[in-house]
Design a protein around this ligand. Structure first.
Ligand code: ADQ
Length: 483
């Protein structure tokens, strides 16, 4: 058995250059953590973009960068600023991302974006071919690299290739509007196994394959030439232990060890013990429904004015893709909304919304999760939404209420949360009221179910299950070939 090769747009390390020396700092994100069980030792290699364009990479440091990456089991694909523009900010985030999240009106069908996407996918495929052997197992991640499986398959017909999509796969009616829809499907069908977060995304994909390519599809298998491609759902989990342990540690901190943010949260609790904190954390992205949530909060305060001065909404929005125009517009819209509502409703003792537009260190995330009575997550579409799972994992005393959009993939596994339609303000106002008054015993019993499930189906199990299914597929194909 050969190596495991993982491919994603970004590598799981961040390069830092200071005084001519290179440091590769391992990322702590969900994917990097989940893949630890798969990406370890000399038996695996992770291929991706380093985060530095060619223009930002001093030529004399090229070798040192490669060495620093190799120490972390990584190899880079070189991309210049123009490629990042057309491939990442262009086709990935101005065409595919909006379309797959049902924002059809935001999706730009630009031939130049498409051509750069194809060329960059070919670069990734070439890097894989150069660095892998026939008996290696290849796992390609996400919407930036949907053409890679077929590009590798062309040169390596017998290699085992898996693909996992981290965002929704839209319904056929949406997907078919894409001018390059057949090419995208054919690219994905270079895989042996294609994984999605939910059964619905899987169903949408199979429907597009059947209707656009006219291929034979039976249950969750696709027949193409002499190959059988398996499609399945693998809902991604979190590093449950990491969040639980951090919350336990957090609760044992002495006053002197607390962060500034925690001290501010504590002093808020002390000065207004009846005021409840409602938390939302997202990347600043239109798919996350942040602006609608703020409007729904205003609607709630108007419908139930007795909660004025009794609740505070904390919005943590993490800067994201800020050179894509839609994201700049959204930032402006949210700034204005928060300003207007705080301006109109604040009193001497109360500001209804605390808004942070920044990325916070992990410890501060834990401060927020553990201090909030309610997590209110209202994506209009979300492949999974890990924040919902992280909030529950940090509730060591099992209290807290999760209000979660039905449009998040995680809603399928989190039935004990209060599920809402993010477009229905009436329902959200009533659900907020219900959450604010939920008896502690009910909170505990709901969260117990959620925690047990999240602990069992954590991110490591997710990665192992995908690899197990992929290896199974490889063994079946090998047996078939040798017959
Ligand atoms: P995202 O759209 O980024 O991921 P999400 O699943 O919620 O959405 O993950 C965000 C992650 O960022 C969480 O792990 C969270 O802890 C972290 N984070 C949030 N705020 C932060 C902050 N201020 N500082 C540091 N870290 C912060 C995409 C898809 C999702 C899918 C994931 C995984 O859009 O639907 O769940 O991939 O497949």
């Amino acid at each position: 058995m050969g190596k495991t090769i993982i491919i994603s747009n970004r590598l799981p390390v961040q390069l830092q250059i200071s005084n001519g020396t290179i440091n590769a700092i391992p990322s702590v994100g969900g994917l990097a953590t989940g893949m630890k069980s798969v990406h370890s030792g000399s038996e695996s290699l992770w291929i991706g973009w380093s985060g530095l364009t060619d223009e930002e990479t001093p030529p004399e440091l090229e070798d040192d960068i490669d060495k620093a990456l190799a120490k972390n089991g990584c190899a880079k694909v070189k991309l210049n600023a123009g490629e990042i523009d057309g491939f990442y900010f262009g086709f990935s985030n101005r065409t595919v991302w909006p379309l797959f999240h049902y924002f059809l009106e935001y999706s730009e069908f630009e031939l130049d974006f498409w051509n750069t996407y194809k060329a960059v996918n070919q670069k990734f495929a070439d890097a894989i071919i150069e660095k892998s052997d026939e008996d290696d197992t290849i796992w390609v991640h996400d919407y930036q690299l949907m053409l890679v499986p077929q590009m590798v398959r062309e040169k390596r017909p017998d290699t085992t290739i898996g693909f996992f999509l981290h965002i929704p796969f839209p319904s056929y009616e949406i997907f078919r509007t894409l001018p390059w829809r057949e090419e995208i499907l054919e690219g994905l069908l270079g895989s042996d196994l294609i994984g999605f977060h939910t059964y619905d995304y899987e169903r949408h994909f199979l429907s597009s394959v059947r209707r656009l390519l006219g291929l034979d599809v039976s249950f969750n298998e696709i027949y193409l030439d002499n190959r059988v491609i398996k499609v399945d759902s693998f809902p991604m989990g979190i590093d449950y232990k990491k969040f639980k342990d951090a919350a336990i540690l957090h609760s044992s901190k002495s006053e002197g060890e607390r962060s500034d943010l925690q001290m501010r949260l504590d002093s808020h609790k002390a000065s207004a013990p009846d005021t409840k904190l409602i938390l939302s954390i997202d990347r600043l992205d239109y798919s996350k429904g942040i602006a609608k949530r703020i409007n729904a909060f205003e609607y709630f305060l108007n419908k139930y004015p007795e909660y004025k001065e009794k609740v505070r909404l904390i919005i943590l929005a993490v800067p994201s893709r800020s050179n894509v125009p839609q994201y700049q517009l959204l930032k402006k819209e949210i700034d204005e909304l928060v300003g207007r509502i705080n301006g109109e409703l604040s009193t001497v003792n109360w500001t209804p919304i605390w808004y942070f537009y920044r990325s916070l260190p992990f410890d501060n995330l834990i401060d927020l999760y553990t201090s909030s009575d309610i997590a209110w997550l209202t994506p209009l579409r979300d492949g999974m939404n890990l924040v919902a799972k992280e909030y529950i994992a940090t509730r060591t005393d099992k209290t807290g209420v999760l209000i979660l959009s039905e449009m998040a993939g995680s809603a399928y596994e989190m039935n004990e949360a209060l599920l809402i339609n993010p477009n229905n303000f009436e329902e959200q106002a009533d659900t907020l009221k219900r959450a604010l008054n939920m008896p502690v015993e009910e909170q505990i019993s709901r969260n117990e179910f959620l925690q047990n499930r999240l602990e069992r189906y954590n991110v490591e199990v997710w990665a192992k299950e995908f690899m197990r299914a992929l290896n199974e597929k490889r063994d079946v194909s090998k047996a078939f070939i040798s017959e």
